[in-house]
Design a protein around this ligand. Structure first.
Ligand SMILES: CC(C)(COP(=O)(O)OP(=O)(O)OC[C@H]1O[C@@H](n2cnc3c(N)ncnc32)[C@H](O)[C@@H]1OP(=O)(O)O)[C@@H](O)C(=O)NCCC(=O)NCCS
Length: 287
């Protein structure tokens, strides 16, 4: 007989156990990234407790019309008893209160859990890495035609970033992006004369060594990706396979596609989602 699991909202005292679960399950997460995830105001975290110990976690991340489920983990000793399903169902129930479409990036083994809840295929994201990253340079060349957004106070630049992001994802991700405006760079296309001053891409270098890259133009993307690799040589690039220019760019830079996640959705396709503009997902949980 198993103890009955108790599903409840996360509390700060759960942090060490949640960090342990997430850190063990996924590479690339750090205490800072998990701390950000659990404390973001648009994120609701649920945990499962069995026999007084934390056995699982799942997060719902709200962006208004859309929401993401992420960081779904059950401890190895408590798997295959329905906990993953129950936690995901709970997070989904919460996410659906506001969002029309709920999204997630699923690793192979987890897809069946999500399919049983009604999620469908929304396209593959590959994860690309440098096979033998040199040590971090600690600095970077600035994007050839880029200019840095100085700080979150620079509202006009921040709005350019949010508009670029919306044009690529079809989502309003300001609840996350507003935290990172101090590390956002806006880039402009070479031939921007006819639409002078129009931003063609942005990158956000998150403090824990990951970050987003969105670009309308593959040449602008190449400059932002090259710049990110100089700053964070070991960083992983998660982006849709539908971004063919991105796949060519990554291969040309010597990156290797090491795994894939299936983007799944519950609800109508996100209007305005343009996977060909996404060169690096914002976080492993939010495509
Ligand atoms: C994915 C994950 C969260 C699933 O957790 P889980 O608690 O094992 O999930 P469930 O028990 O609800 O379902 C898993 C399987 O167990 C089966 N199962 C559920 N209750 C069961 C029971 N009482 N007896 C036997 N099998 C059972 C389910 O049918 C399902 O089988 P299937 O994969 O053949 O469809 C867990 O494997 C995990 O943490 N993996 C590592 C991290 C990860 O990949 N997270 C997902 C990222 S997208």
């Amino acid at each position: 007989m198993f103890d009955t699991p108790d599903l409840r909202a996360y509390g700060p005292a759960d942090f060490p156990a949640v960090l342990g679960l997430i850190g063990e399950a996924f590479g690339g997460e750090t205490p800072e990234s998990v701390r950000f995830a659990v404390s973001a105001s648009n994120t609701t975290t649920f945990v499962a407790q069995v026999g007084g110990r934390l056995a699982g976690v799942a997060m719902a991340i709200a962006f208004g019309r859309t929401a993401w489920l992420g960081n779904v983990v059950v401890s190895p000793t408590h798997r295959r008893r329905g906990l993953g399903f129950a936690l995901t169902e709970r997070a989904l129930q919460h996410a659906r209160k506001e969002a029309e479409t709920v999204l997630l990036l699923a690793l192979g083994d987890a897809q069946r859990v999500y399919e049983r809840l009604g999620f469908v295929d929304d396209g593959l994201y590959g994860t690309w890495v440098r096979p033998d990253p040199p040590a971090a340079a600690g600095q970077s060349a600035s994007a050839a035609h880029g200019s840095q957004v100085g700080s979150a106070q620079d509202r006009a630049a921040a709005e350019q970033c949010l508009a670029l992001d919306r044009r690529a994802t079809g989502e309003d991700r300001r609840a996350y992006l507003d935290h990172f405006m101090a590390v956002v760079r806006i880039a402009y296309a070479d031939d921007a004369e006819e639409h002078a001053g129009a931003a063609a891409g942005y990158s956000a270098r998150l403090p824990w060594g990951t970050g987003a890259i969105i670009a309308d133009d593959p040449r602008v993307a190449a400059s932002l990706v090259g710049d990110m690799l100089l700053a964070f040589p070991g960083t992983r690039f998660e982006f849709p396979d539908a971004n063919e220019a991105g796949c060519r760019l990554a291969s040309g830079l010597g990156l290797v596609r090491v795994k894939e996640n299936l983007r799944m959705r519950l609800g109508p396709p996100v209007a305005g989602f343009r996977p060909q503009c996404i060169y690096k997902a914002l976080t492993p949980a939010v495509g």
